[in-house]
Ligand binder design. Structure first.
Ligand code: M6R
Length: 616
């Protein structure tokens, strides 16, 4: 939640902050603000409720003098409603310090009361304003510099944070720190400038050399040098520079109207990128060093637990079917948030797989920490390279879906499902559960998927027509059996996220245990009916809907005999039952997308949501 950007160096900071915040807007868009500093203008703090567009309008009419130091923020509100006052940056009472924050300070109320007793006044309802004043108080009381004051103050707070703060008395320095929320430092090409941001996108046209701040680290960032210290014990840390492999084009919309549509259409390439380099030279094995290097451990595991949230959880559900099919050991899928608040059984022979596009989801991160504290083996399936979950897990595989900017996950989920398929057949190979002949069949089917996804994408005009017919509906039901059940959940999740239509996903057979009461002419039902096996069961479910005047949209195989059962049939290319969800995902995404566009919704930035949920 929330995006942070900062710059100190020799360039005019305002365009860097504005462009950076626009690229971070996917992280939150309740409000936005910037603070810049130069000696003659002093602090220039401009902030407003609403999206970046509002801030830009405000900036146009406000006086600004070229500055070389600044921080900016785009907010997803936690403490305090989204309004101008609660927007970041927040200044300290003296006006010397300015701070932006991503996360939650859980003990802010007690600190606030203490500061009020010492004469501090607060304008906003935020925990952030408390933090900046706590730093000011420490700085004054202890007579220390900003870096030290931040370190002492952060040791007094409980919660999660990524912060960037500057002091007008040190106008060539930003102090940044993180615990539980991501932060990355871009090292300027000429080494006399530095960038700070929640992710790499704000500065990729300036530098590809970055330092990922680790959990519990604080960085003192100047134009020419950075120092990194441990927040707990103040120890100096070594600086590890990573070279990025991302191009600016990847974060541009190109000719597409929305990032979401671009990302849906990128999926054939995403599949290629996910399996690229993962086949042995003679194509007779999957290559996944995270698995093969841990062969010993993995041959002993007798249970797999998959953790994730939202669409990543849904990917896990498909993973459950695939792993049980291929490996034949029990698999459980858990919402990360639920898992950690029970008394979960974590055993020595368990394998825990954490799935996360961003690699920063707080619930999954916290669940993972719990698992690690009990010494179980963890495997991460993440998209964002260098993300917290990727770094915390014992082994892992990146999905290489590329940057996903649309808040609704599309290509990231696709790549997670592909990764789980490869993971399952590879683990089956390692555990000698898969003959070479069978492997070859599974491999060939994997290689055929990009072309099949292209053909599914070509159905877009027909899907758009269906979207027009049903865009006025207030409710939708999505049904699917077995491998298709996760896609019923995903279809419903996508629709509600971006069109705000209430939608529910159910296992098809569960319909008769309750949801059938809802069925009438006003409740469109999307049935994912791509199975070869047990198709008579889904036929009965469709008949049950039709008997109650329900209107049914079917997602079926091109060669299916079920077409006549539906009011509208979307016929998609065929593959194994196990892989059909990968293809049926496409029409579900397109249906949700077009309904949302027809309804005039902001599909890339749906209300109340943010791309990466870094609060629990
Ligand atoms: O980054 P993650 O994969 O961990 O994110 C998990 C969920 O927050 C995410 O999938 C969310 O549900 C998306 N908005 C779904 O489209």
């Amino acid at each position: 939640m929330c995006g942070i950007v900062g710059y100190v160096g020799h360039r005019d900071v305002l365009p860097i902050l504005i462009n950076g915040l626009k690229r971070l807007e996917y992280r939150g868009y309740d409000s936005a603000g910037i603070a810049t500093y130069n000696e003659s203008q002093g602090i220039n703090l401009v902030k407003t409720k609403g999206k970046m567009a509002n801030l830009e309008v405000l900036l146009e009419s406000s006086y600004y003098q070229e500055s070389f130091l600044g921080i900016g923020h785009t907010r997803w509100a936690t403490h305090g409603i989204p309004n101008d006052v609660n927007s970041h940056p927040h200044a300290s009472n003296s006006g010397d310090l300015v701070l932006v924050h991503n996360g939650i300070i859980e003990n802010y109320e007690s600190i606030k009361n203490l500061l009020i007793k010492r004469g501090y006044e607060f304008k906003s309802d935020t925990d952030t304003e408390v933090l900046v004043n706590l730093i000011e108080e420490v700085k004054k009381k202890e007579q220390v510099k900003l870096g030290k004051a931040v370190q002492i103050a952060l040791n007094q707070v409980v919660g999660a944070y990524a912060i960037a703060v500057f002091d007008i008395n040190k106008p060539n320095e930003i102090v940044a720190a993180r615990l539980g929320s991501p932060l990355v430092i871009g090292i300027g090409a000429e080494s006399n400038e530095h960038f700070i941001a929640s992710d790499i996108h704000p500065f990729i046209e300036y530098t590809k050399s970055v330092v990922y701040l680790e959990e519990g680290e604080l960085a003192i960032v100047k134009g020419k040098k950075i120092k990194i210290r441990n927040i707990k014990d103040d120890k100096l840390k070594s600086i590890l520079i990573t070279e990025l492999n991302v191009e600016l084009e990847e974060i541009r919309k190109g000719d597409y109207e929305h990032f979401m549509l671009k990302e849906i259409h990128e999926q054939p390439k995403v599949i290629l990128d996910t399996y690229r380099g993962r086949l042995s030279e003679n194509k007779d094995m999957i290559k996944m060093s995270g698995l093969i290097d841990n062969k010993e451990i993995l041959s002993k595991i007798d249970r797999i637990v998959i953790l994730g949230c939202g669409s990543s959880y849904i990917a896990g559900l498909l993973g459950e079917y695939l792993l049980e099919d291929f490996i034949g050991i029990p698999v459980e899928v858990e919402y990360s948030s639920e898992f950690r608040y029970r008394n979960p059984i974590i055993r020595e022979n368990d394998l825990f797989i954490a799935i996360s596009q961003s690699g920063e989801t707080a619930d999954t991160l916290a669940a993972l920490k719990l698992v690690k504290s009990k010494n179980a083996f963890t495997f991460g399936i993440c998209n964002v390279v260098g993300s917290s979950i990727a770094r915390l897990t014992d082994a892992g595989a990146y999905t290489h879906a590329g940057v996903e900017i649309g808040v609704a996950s599309t290509k990231a989920l696709m790549s997670q499902m592909i990764m789980l398929y490869m993971f399952a057949i590879h683990l089956a190979q390692i555990r000698q559960k898969l003959s070479q002949d069978k492997f070859n069949i599974y491999r060939d089917e994997l290689l055929s998927l990009p072309e099949k996804i292209e053909r599914a994408l070509a159905l877009e005009p027909a899907i758009k027509k269906i979207a027009y017919i049903y865009s006025e509906a207030n409710n939708f039901l999505y049904l699917g059996r077995k491998y298709n059940y996760p896609m019923a959940l995903e279809g419903a999740l996508k629709l509600k996220e971006i069109s705000y239509i209430h939608a529910e996903g159910y296992p098809a057979a569960e319909m008769k245990h309750g949801p059938i009461a809802l069925i009438d002419n006003d409740m469109p039902v999307v049935v994912i009916a791509t199975e070869n096996e047990n198709s008579e069961k889904i036929i009965s479910n469709i008949q049950e809907i039709k008997a109650r005047n329900g209107r049914v949209i079917g997602i079926i195989r091109e060669d299916s005999k079920l077409k006549s059962l539906f009011d509208h049939a979307i016929e998609i290319p065929s593959t194994f039952d196990q892989l059909m969800p990968i293809i049926s995902l496409v029409p579900l995404q397109l249906l949700a997308y077009h309904i949302a566009v027809i309804k005039g919704k902001n599909v890339d930035q749906p209300r109340n949501l943010a791309k990466s949920v870094t609060v629990e």
